[in-house]
Design a protein around this ligand. Structure first.
Ligand SMILES: Nc1ncnc2c1ncn2[C@@H]1O[C@H](COP(=O)(O)O)[C@@H](OP(=O)(O)O)[C@H]1O
Ligand SMILES: [Mg+2]
Ligand SMILES: [Mg+2]
Ligand SMILES: [Mg+2]
Length: 323
């Protein structure tokens, strides 16, 4: 089955397994207790922590994928990594079985047509806070993100959530083939009966709260929940929240590629706050300078775009320049 599978099937099938291995690495670093945190931010910027778990998880993902796919263009968040022993990776049979639903376009994708965007640990600030405050509940917000872009747009994505219940879960999607690992909420306000909007916990700013206030006034946000990680916020949108709003710069392509693929496969939409597509070519600037707006399948994305004040949209390039 593996040998007959097309390139995209084999890449996603391997990515599902390697995301789970990376999740295991994150858990073992946490269990060891010494996170060896460094701050990647430059003077005057908000703190941008990196732990030994981020470094080891990225090494594992990049090394394993390159072993199978030597020509693959992989762009990971971390510049510095920590070596971990080589592991023989398997592949997900569920992914292999999905190939029957592929379009001819998907079947024709070759190794040098794609860019893989890797966030080895999304929610690092929450990891640091969980340790500092001895609050293990925050770890639910950690995800491993592997996004696959073809012709500059997401075509498949893997979100592994290592601390979901006891053994974690992996959510993945390939364009046109549905979402696996979660059942997306389909109705208005499910499960709370109102429109809950999620936003950043650790990167709040005037422009973020300005956008949220505007959405509240228009009846598009009944309440706001502040949680960590782009991966976790999109999972919340898949499971009943109306939208994820981040009207600021600082969130990067590796934060959004995988989650956009998964959300789009569920019928939702992710764009910048002005409604423009986010591009994922290898040469693109890493920062999502137009902010991030993700909406559930059951809300109208354009209503959210239109409700965010133009003055905030216009100010984003200046915020981006400072990041
Ligand atoms: N101003 C900023 N500087 C650096 N990273 C930022 C940022 N704003 C958002 N991010 C990154 O975007 C992701 C989601 O952020 P948030 O939880 O605030 O919504 C996090 O990814 P990582 O945890 O992978 O670094 C976070 O670091
Ligand atoms: Mg991230
Ligand atoms: Mg990260
Ligand atoms: Mg980071």
């Amino acid at each position: 089955m593996w040998n007959r599978a097309c390139f995209l099937t084999r890449l996603v099938a391997s990515s599902v397994r390697v995301s789970e291995t990376a999740g295991g690495i994150i858990k073992s670093v946490m269990a060891g207790g010494d996170l060896k945190i460094v701050d990647k931010s430059e003077f005057g910027e908000p703190s941008d922590p990196q732990t030994e778990a981020d470094r080891r998880a990225q090494f594992c993902i990049v090394q394993s994928l390159q072993k199978h796919f030597s020509q693959l263009n992989i762009i990971g968040e971390e510049d510095i990594t920590s070596a971990v022993p080589d592991v023989e990776l398997g592949y997900s049979l569920d992914v292999l079985r999905t190939e029957a639903q592929f379009s001819d376009d998907l079947r024709a994708i070759k190794e040098d047509d794609v860019v893989v965007w890797v966030d080895p640990l999304d929610g690092t600030s929450e990891v640091a806070l969980a340790v500092k405050n001895k609050n293990a509940a925050l770890l639910e917000q950690v995800t491993v993100l592997i996004g696959i872009a073809y012709k500059g747009r997401p075509v498949a994505g893997v979100i592994h959530q290592p601390y979901f219940q006891e053994s974690g879960r992996t959510i993945w999607a390939i364009q046109g083939c549905g979402v696996h690992g979660v059942t997306p909420a389909t109705g208005l306000g499910a499960p709370t009966g109102s429109k809950v909007v999620v936003t950043t916990r650790s990167h709040l700013s005037e422009s973020v709260t300005g956008a949220l206030d505007a959405l509240k006034q228009r009846g598009l946000a009944d309440s706001v929940e502040k949680v960590g990680g782009a991966g976790y916020k999109v999972l919340k949108v898949l499971e009943g929240c109306a939208a994820y709003v981040f009207a600021s710069a600082g969130c990067k392509k590796w934060d959004t590629c995988a989650v956009e693929a998964v959300l789009a496969a569920a019928g939702g939409r992710l764009s910048d706050v002005s409604g423009r597509d986010i591009r994922y070519e290898p040469s693109v600037q890493k920062n999502n300078t137009g902010g991030v707006l993700a909406t559930a399948p059951w809300v109208t994305h354009q209503e959210y775009v239109d409700s965010i004040p133009q003055s905030l949209k216009n100010a984003l390039p200046e915020i981006a320049a400072k990041n």
